[in-house]
Design a protein around this ligand. Structure first.
Ligand SMILES: C[S@@+](CC[C@H](N)C(=O)[O-])C[C@H]1O[C@@H](n2cnc3c(N)ncnc32)[C@H](O)[C@@H]1O
Length: 422
């Protein structure tokens, strides 16, 4: 049997080899702190896969997990920690990320990590103690309020997905400090490293990610419509109250038409790029997802999947018609985070009256392609307090949230007209 030491080393070696860890200080932190001390009940072979591991499930839904090591490394690099800094983490979970951060801020740094459930806080404290790490304060509370008694912070990191930027995070960050968080930006999540400049934030780097959502008073608005009689098939829309779930389910079980777009893509380009493109332009933007062992048998067009337990597709939903992007009919969906990106011709599956929605999705794919396939690379996000007015310039897109106005642009790439959405 291969022991923890060898498995740990093999995982970090693999992450370094594939350039998922680039910074030697982040590499040293990962080498110094073994993940299994934070997942004591998980078999070692699972612990040392480059995958997220759910650690707390409520009503069939994971509400806490140890994040995928690769995205943890990316976010730690975005956070750019220095010895001696004051750091707030929202989403203590197992305590593993906090432990990695103590290595980076060293003995002179200060680290507070928050979580909303007593059992998770107790668990994180116990794991940190087992790893011999003493200088992390694990605090029970809603991270949406931050932790005022440790402020101002040089760095704030969320390891849980936010829909908006809560006012406390900006207020408790010192000018010039960094906020790194998974943020919903037009239909998908981006891990954004923001730098505070006076009363607003400007992104220093943006990358794609997929985290579970923040709970509590600062959670985003509901999006989910359950279709059918089990909760494993869901439509996510901007206004779930406006959707007739039974009619939507019937629509998705009806005969469909598949149209080729003529555009060849890889999955990552879609999640970071075309999904954002349609979310910024289509009020009926939606995700359709199926979870659990029956996922492959549900009427979700094949676009994204995790071997036999998750399937999702992005598209547009309206009364009486819907359309989704998908892989060519009959194509295999590569599973798992290690899967090689393989180009495929993008198709659209249309349901319901006329083919108008499906045709529009084809046109969007062509327009996105013709505009240089804008996506996460080169994207700049400015986050302004909502009360700050902003008239979008050519090429800027504005997304209005509850507390924040996000202004998106691609400096250095030619603009094609702006937009405003929520
Ligand atoms: C992906 S896990 C974090 C993983 C963790 N950093 C680790 O290394 O194990 C997300 C965590 O965010 C926590 N969370 C959700 N909403 C929260 C909130 N409002 N305030 C603080 N923590 C929250 C969840 O309970 C969960 O433990």
């Amino acid at each position: 049997m291969v022991g923890a030491f060898a498995l740990h080393r093999a995982l970090i070696d693999a992450l370094v080899r594939r350039n998922a860890i680039k910074d030697s200080r982040v590499e040293a932190a990962f080498r110094a702190i073994p993940r299994h001390l934070f997942l004591p009940d998980v078999p070692l072979a699972e612990v040392y896969r480059n995958e997220a591991i759910p650690t707390k499930i409520v009503d069939g839904e994971a509400v806490s997990s140890s994040s995928q090591p690769e995205i943890m490394a990316t976010m730690l690099e975005q956070l750019a920690l220095e010895p001696g800094q004051r750091v707030l983490e929202i989403g203590a979970g197992t305590g593993y990320n906090a432990a990695l951060m103590t290595h980076l801020v060293a003995d002179t740094g200060t680290l507070i990590s928050m979580d909303v459930d007593t059992d998770l806080v107790d668990g994180a404290r116990a794991h940190l103690a087992a790893a011999g790490i003493e200088h992390v304060r694990v605090v029970l509370g809603d991270g949406g309020l931050g932790c005022p008694d440790g402020a101002p912070y040089d760095r704030i990191i969320l390891t849980v997905g936010a829909w908006d930027i809560a006012p406390a995070w900006l207020e408790q960050l010192r000018p010039g400090g960094r906020l790194v968080l998974p943020l919903t930006v037009g239909g998908s999540q981006k891990s954004v490293a923001f730098v505070r400049i006076a009363d607003h934030l400007v992104s220093a780097s943006v990358t794609d990610c997929a985290f579970m959502s923040l709970r509590g008073a600062f959670a985003g608005p509901p999006t989910r419509v359950v279709l059918g009689d089990t909760p494993d098939l869901r439509l996510h829309v901007r206004d779930p109250a406006a959707v007739d779930a039974a009619a939507a389910y019937d629509l998705l079980k009806s005969a469909a038409t598949d149209l080729p777009t003529g555009v060849h893509v890889i999955g990552g380009e879609l999640y970071g790029g075309l999904v954002l493109w349609i979310a910024l332009r289509e009020p009926g933007f939606c995700w359709l997802e199926a979870i659990g062992p029956q996922a492959d048998a549900r009427p979700v067009p094949p676009l994204f999947a995790l071997a036999g337990k998750y399937r999702s597709a992005a598209g547009v939903f309206g009364a009486g018609s819907a359309g989704f992007y998908m892989r060519p009919p009959g194509d295999r969906i590569p599973g798992g985070p290690e899967a090689e990106p393989r180009p495929f011709e993008l198709y659209v599956r249309g349901f319901g009256e006329g083919a108008e929605t499906a045709r529009r999705l084809c046109e969007h794919a062509e327009a996105w392609d013709a505009a240089g396939r804008r996506g996460t690379a080169g994207l700049r996000i400015r986050a302004l307090p909502i009360a700050t007015g902003h008239v979008p310039a050519a090429g800027e897109h504005v997304i209005e949230k509850r507390w924040t106005r996000l202004v998106l642009d691609w400096p250095g790439q030619a603009g094609r007209g702006g937009s405003r959405s929520t």
